[in-house]
Design a binder for this molecule. Structure first.
Ligand code: 26W
Length: 818
């Protein structure tokens, strides 16, 4: 309960917002207008704390972390803000008194989908934890006009629809034009001597004005409100010049277009770089603006730029913000007059880099020509960073040019961003234990050998405030009742207190009832959104995440096809009814991923409409998987599918959200699954498949030959033939040929079955069989589910953030009184 909350005051604030924003009375307002009014009333409460927090920053002269990220997958803000203000129940009641339903109001808010998947959602969880723990922090990103596309499923195919998330305005944002700053592109560098030193001046450039919008990040129950600052681009108004010649006019038009394009849209690629010029523009745009602001802010209270790192850390969320390294160098040298060595010292004590993937397609490399043309001065600095770095490599490994080839930042006509991030940072971290080991021993081995002290692990986490307290209110309330405290909300390991109820019959009954209610809630959602009836007594077996070959949704659906064939052979087959639930967006240009969505929907079409199998299997593809419906999905899951090819999933965070909500993991020993099993015990999960070492071993030897399996295994052959004989696509038997080929390499020159789907098939099917058996023993299953919740304590992003603070950022907490 928030002691400062006053229902009457809240109501008046709402009514005032309706009046001033829409000239309306409550009874005439639309649901969207009511949402806006509620949000403004909530913002009213937030702003006082927001101001107080920033006053406190100044007063304590705090060190700040800037979390630099091209993606922040925030989801909806209203519910979470109310929860963190500890005013959720009060507001809910106040609204009920006015005859308003909070759930309906929350559903009016579009998701802020300024991210693709795991990396973007992690950034959002981190902001929540930073504020809740009272650490001074800014998120720095881009205010995309269109976020992640909205997904429609038409005739089984994914169709992308623009995400116009800002059409009704964003009630929580505050435009801070007073902090606008210019960002320059292109032109050339003029070098002049003046005052006994060389100066570099960018000429003939185009520029845009970066305008920040601030979003409040409310800490849980501590009066702390941090800031997510997202930048918009505006043209610099050359038309206002008193006189301009033709050249200026041309330039003005070009600059206007540049500004219009930069923040237009989030690139919807996950783990795959398209190497587009506009993306590099986006990167430099938000980084230059953020770094300029950070420097200005520092200078308001400090004189010595050589001590900048004592008050600032820049955390680079993957390689996307890496241009922060040369940009900080540029500002320190060109604008602040530091020497190269001084500037390098500051930069490498300010920047820290997090790696989120080992997928080679995801490694960002920019053609030198493009980089130089777009960022001429920054490129000169990159060139010098590289020159010195290569020199250092040669000193360490005289005569060993392969080390240079393996590590140089500029190589083969490209700028290798990951290598620049490593060279320019004092810390390089992976996102789960296994992932960090693979970085050290395989992917980044040479860098690890050279500078082992830079490398460290920070296993990811998730915020329990959104994914339990908000997403699963029934379970949240039950946890608090059982363990006799709500301390888990800010101290998740406390949830361990549940373990002693795992076998208690009464507790089991209550737990199962809650799971059942959550399954009803999801069934209702599926009925409303997909028109499919699902049985809440069936096992809800869920795989929700981005669609990617390495995540192996294909393995899942092939297994469904296998089960279906068994049921066709034997309609009386004894199995617990199962609902296979999928949710995934495929990158718009990723053909095979999109075809996999079509395959899932085609199988669903056949299976769901075949009365002969008596409803034993249902397949559901949930359209438009996103943060807001994820909360409903996790709460309802029995089985959490985490089946990536071992070594490929850096961490995964969905796996943690399922665990927290009492689903059992069906997974490979990959990413954070390894640590989940460590916490909950392998006996309370269903683990299968090749190990990371085995996979890496095969890869080093050019893969394996899936044809051996195909030729010798009738069952697998039968399933695969269904991909090319029209079994699920009678109108077009060739429809799934590409998927078939990807597994068997009959035409293409790529290696076949790169993700070891056939090789892991029987091991997966066996794990699925064990699930079927285990679910029949309701006491056992419920016990295991409760134990999963009880042992999820490690996976709070609060723990992760404390580790970043202790090992990397070294921040002090602030205390805010209002
Ligand atoms: C350049 C295109 C691009 C876009 C996004 C390349 C790479 C990415 C991200 C690294 C993809 C991503 O979201 N990675 C995920 O990060 C999560 C948070 O650390 C991990 O839990 C996931 O395992 C990882 O796939």
């Amino acid at each position: 309960m928030n002691t400062k909350f006053d229902k009457e005051e809240f109501k008046q604030a709402m009514i005032y917002a309706l009046k001033s924003k829409y000239r309306k009375k409550l009874e005439d307002a639309t649901p969207q207008e009511i949402f806006q009014a509620v949000a403004y009333a909530v913002k009213d409460i937030i702003v006082d704390e927001w101001i107080a927090t920033h006053k406190q920053y100044d007063k304590q002269d705090v060190k700040l972390v800037y979390y630099m990220s091209m993606e922040f997958l925030m989801g909806r803000a209203l519910g979470n803000n109310m929860i963190n203000l500890m005013a959720y129940d009060d507001i809910k009641e106040a609204l009920e008194k006015m005859g308003l339903d909070l759930n309906v109001i929350e559903d009016q808010e579009p998701d802020a989908a300024l991210g693709n998947g795991g990396l973007g959602r992690l950034a959002a969880c981190f902001l929540d934890s930073l504020a809740t723990l009272g650490y001074p922090a800014y998120g720095c990103g881009i205010r995309y006009r269109y976020g992640m596309f909205r997904q429609k499923i038409e005739n089984g195919y994914q169709v992308e629809v623009p995400d116009e998330w800002l059409v009704n305005g964003n009630p929580f944002e505050v435009r801070r034009s007073e902090y606008s700053t210019e960002v320059k592109f292109g032109g050339y560098v003029e070098e002049i001597w003046e005052g006994g030193r060389q100066h570099f001046i960018q000429r003939g450039y185009q520029s845009v004005m970066a305008v920040p919008y601030d979003l409040p990040i409310v800490g849980y129950g501590n009066n702390v409100v941090n800031t997510l600052r997202i930048w918009d681009a505006q043209p610099i108004n050359l038309f206002n010049l008193d006189s301009f010649d033709k050249g200026d006019y041309q330039k003005a038009v070009e600059q206007e277009n540049l500004a219009k394009n930069i923040c237009e849209v989030l690139y919807p690629n996950d783990n795959h770089t398209a190497g587009k010029e506009l993306r590099l523009k986006q990167q430099y745009f938000f980084i230059s603006a953020s770094v300029q602001r950070a420097v200005k802010k520092y200078k308001m209270h400090h004189g010595d730029m050589r001590r900048f790192h004592e008050k600032n850390s820049f955390q680079l969320n993957d390689t996307h913000p890496t241009v922060a390294v040369p940009e900080l160098m540029r500002i320190l040298i060109d604008e602040e007059g530091l020497t190269w060595d001084e500037a390098w010292e500051v930069t490498t004590k300010t920047c820290a880099y997090t790696n989120h993937t080992i997928m080679s397609e995801a490694l960002e490399k920019w053609p030198i020509d493009l980089f130089k043309r777009l960022l001429p001065r920054v490129y000169q600095i990159v060139d010098e960073i590289n020159r010195r770095f290569v020199e250092q490599i040669r000193r360490m490994y005289p005569g060993n040019e392969s080390k240079v080839a393996n590590m140089a930042i500029l190589y083969n006509g490209q700028v290798r961003m990951a290598y620049m991030a490593i060279a320019g940072s004092f810390s390089v971290n992976g996102v789960a234990k296994l992932h960090t080991e693979i970085l050290k021993n395989q992917e980044l081995r040479d860098f690890y050998e050279m500078t082992p002290w830079k490398f460290n692990n920070k296993t990811n986490g998730i915020t329990q405030r959104r994914f339990l307290l908000h997403g699963n209110p029934l379970l949240a309330k039950w946890v608090t009742e059982k363990i006799g405290t709500d301390a888990w909300i800010t101290d998740l390991p406390k949830i361990e207190g549940l373990a002693k109820f795992a076998e208690d019959p009464q507790a089991q009954k209550e737990f199962n009832e809650i799971k059942y209610q959550n399954k009803l809630r999801l069934a209702k959602y599926i009925k409303e959104n997909n028109g499919i009836d699902v049985d809440p007594n069936s096992i809800f077996d869920v795989q929700v995440k981005r669609l990617h070959e390495y995540k192996r949704q294909l393995l899942n659906i092939l297994h469904v096809m296998y089960l279906y064939s068994r049921l066709k052979d034997d309609p009386n087959l004894d199995m617990v009814p199962r609902t296979f639930i999928f949710g995934a967006k495929a990158a718009a240009g990723y053909k095979r991923a999109k075809l996999t969505i079509k395959l899932i929907n085609s199988v669903a079409e056949v299976v769901n409409n075949d009365p002969s199998i008596q409803g034993k299997i249902k397949v559901v593809f949930i359209e438009e998987y996103r943060v807001s419906n994820a909360e409903i999905i996790f709460a309802a899951a029995d089985v959490s599918e985490q089946i990536s090819t071992a070594s490929k999933e850096a961490s995964g965070t969905g796996n943690m959200k399922f665990m927290l909500n009492g689903a059992l993991t069906l997974g490979t020993m990959d990413g954070a699954n390894v640590e989940i099993v460590e916490e909950v015990g392998i006996e309370n999960a269903f683990i299968f498949g090749m190990s990371a070492d085995e996979v890496i071993g095969y890869e080093k030897n050019g893969g394996y030959n899936p044809m051996d399996i195909f030729n010798n295994d009738q069952t697998i052959r039968r399933i695969l033939m269904q991909l090319i004989n029209g079994y699920f696509s009678p109108q077009n038997p060739e429809l799934f040929r590409d998927i078939y080929d990807s597994l068997l390499n009959t035409k293409s020159s790529d290696r076949a079955d790169t993700y070891f789907i056939l090789k892991d098939f029987w091991s997966y099917a066996d794990a699925q069989r064990r699930i079927d058996q285990a679910y029949r023993n309701r006491e056992w299953w419920t016990k295991a589910a409760i134990l999963n919740v009880a042992h999820s304590g490690k996976f709070s992003s609060d723990r992760t953030i404390e580790e970043y603070v202790k090992d990397i950022w070294h921040l002090d907490k602030i205390k805010v009184e209002v």
